[in-house]
Write a protein of this length. Structure first.
Length: 543
């Protein structure tokens, strides 16, 4: 009995010592793993710190290149303003020269002594002098007109160079953003790593040394070790037969197994009775369900017979619908007839009133014809609209070429021509709007390009026009639809088109692409697949 008491006494301090040792060993293992991770972080911090000068140099280099943007934009605005002024002045000169030409032609056709302009008598010498003055004035205006055209061409060439340079600087924006992001990420990560290393040196490293010393020297659970030493001293004073102790312990363990089996058997017997009661309840519920099923089948049969009887007594629905449609069509026809008659009556009344007004207006309109002709010239396609179009074309051209360069790897470009020389008079120009397409073979008509090349040009111009219109309206494009277009492209063209869609996806809330090409399914993060079956088309959303 004294031995078991001593063993029971030893169990508590031993458990306490073993538990504390396990806890310290686990903490030591975690700290050593942390120490290994810290060494890797030190290497990573050194690499980041060595790469910071290069990242800062990249940012400063791009910023230095972009420093010229302000001066270029100011020069570009001045060029556009001067081109607009020259265009407006040439429009005015053209109208004045046309007016002079009409006056000269009228004077040359004078047959007699009366001036065709004012109706006063005009001598032959006066007519010749007037013709000479008008022709001299026309030549002066023509020289100024041609000088303006030449200057405008020079300004347009300079404008294209400025736009190309600005486009190149604009492409640097994304590169600068990328370099800034890399630099910020590197500095943030370096600061985080340094904070982690400082925290480790202040706490983790010190704790690791302390744990290694405690475990090596056994400097833990000191109170439990003291109590265990006292108990062991007491045990040594007793006699102890280890073999007999082992035999008794084995017999006791065998008895515990039989006792456990008995308890499991009693537990199974106790659980059997509720299961039997549950089986009886389920059997009764099955019988009730069968009765209820038979009753519902009878109700369904009766309802079906009633429906068939009542449906047979209903009128022919198709016949009623046809009669209704015929009545509605007749009503609409009669309403149209009434409306036409009323309109004719109203037109007759209006014509009576207009007749009296038109007689008076005829004389007034003759006075304003000259003024209206001048306004007509100003607001015709050669006037203010042409000026507005020419001001918008550079932006459209720049956006289109930017996207077309990415779609064709720099192999294609477009140019908008707003003036074309007259066939009959080479020195004179007429207003037009031609799209000139260039590639590695030079300039070619639109019809000479393949379907894939034409689609790239259409895609670039339409997207550029949408951007400019949305910008001028103060709005933002939300959705982009691309219906087919991939089928006309080769593999390289499809890849460039996918890259272009990826580049502009941030400008839209959503981009919908319609295609039948199976190889493009995995090119987009989400798709709606439409499949044609015998029962109709079905669709499936794949995310």
């Amino acid at each position: 009995a004294s031995f078991f008491e001593i063993q029971n006494k030893r169990a508590a301090p031993l458990m306490e010592i073993n538990g504390e040792e396990k806890r310290l060993q686990e903490e030591l293992r975690r700290l050593r793993a942390d120490e290994q991770s810290i060494r890797q972080l030190e290497t990573r911090a050194k690499l980041i710190e060595d790469g910071l000068p290069e990242l800062r140099g990249n940012v400063e280099s791009i910023q230095a290149q972009q420093g010229r943007r302000g001066a270029l934009e100011e020069e570009l605005a001045l060029k556009r303003q001067r081109i607009g002024e020259l265009t407006a002045e040439n429009t005015r000169l053209r109208a004045e020269m046309n007016d002079l030409k009409e006056r000269i032609d009228s004077l040359k056709q004078v047959d007699g002594a009366d001036c065709p302009l004012c109706g006063k008598p005009l001598s032959e010498s006066e007519r010749q002098n007037l013709l000479s003055d008008l022709e001299a004035e026309g030549r002066q205006k023509g020289d100024l007109y041609r000088e303006n055209v030449a200057q405008q061409k020079r300004d347009e060439e300079s404008l294209k160079e400025l736009q190309a340079e600005l486009t190149a600087l604009t492409r640097l924006d994304q590169q600068l953003l990328t370099e800034h992001r890399k630099l910020d990420q590197a500095e943030t990560e370096l600061k985080r790593l340094r904070d982690t290393l400082e925290t480790w040196e202040a706490s983790g490293a010190m704790r690791l040394l302390d744990l290694e010393e405690q475990i090596t020297k056994g400097m833990f659970a000191l109170d439990a070790r003291s109590r265990l030493a006292a108990i062991d001293q007491e045990a040594r004073s007793l006699g102890y037969d280890a073999a007999a102790h082992d035999a008794v312990r084995a017999s006791e363990q065998a008895g515990r197994g039989a006792e456990l089996a008995l308890r499991e058997l009693e537990s199974a017997r106790a659980a059997l009775e509720p299961l039997e009661r549950q089986l009886d309840g389920l059997g009764r519920q099955i019988e009730l369900d069968r009765v209820q099923q038979a009753q519902q089948e009878q109700e369904y049969t009766a309802a079906s017979q009633k429906y068939a009887t009542e449906a047979a007594a209903l009128p022919d629905l198709n016949l009623v619908e046809r009669e209704l449609l015929h009545a509605q069509s007749e009503e609409n026809r009669l309403r149209m007839d009434v409306g036409m008659v009323r309109q004719l009556v109203a037109v007759l009344d209006s014509l009576r009133e207009r007749k009296a007004r038109q007689v008076k207006r005829r004389s007034d309109l003759m006075v304003t014809i000259t003024r209206l002709k001048a306004l007509e010239r100003a607001f015709s396609k050669d006037g203010v609209p042409a000026l507005l179009i020419e001001q918008a074309l550079p932006d459209i051209e720049a956006h289109a070429n930017d996207l077309l360069e990415r779609l064709s790897a720099g192999g294609m470009s477009v140019r908008f021509a707003t003036q074309r020389a007259l066939k009959s008079k080479k020195e004179e120009m007429r207003e037009t709007l031609d799209i000139i397409i260039s590639d590695s073979f030079g300039e070619r008509p639109y019809e000479m390009f393949s379907g894939g090349e034409a689609f790239r040009v259409n895609f670039a111009i339409r997207l550029a026009l949408s951007r400019v219109l949305a910008h001028r309206a103060g709005a933002r494009l939300q959705t982009l639809f691309i219906d087919e277009g991939f089928g006309s492209q080769d593999a390289e063209g499809r890849q460039r088109l996918l890259e272009a869609i990826s580049l502009v996806q941030t400008e839209f809330e959503r981009i919908l692409v319609i295609t039948h090409l199976e190889e493009l399914k995995e090119a987009f993060p989400a798709r709606i697949e439409v499949e044609k079956t015998q029962r109709g088309s079905s669709l499936k959303v794949v995310l």
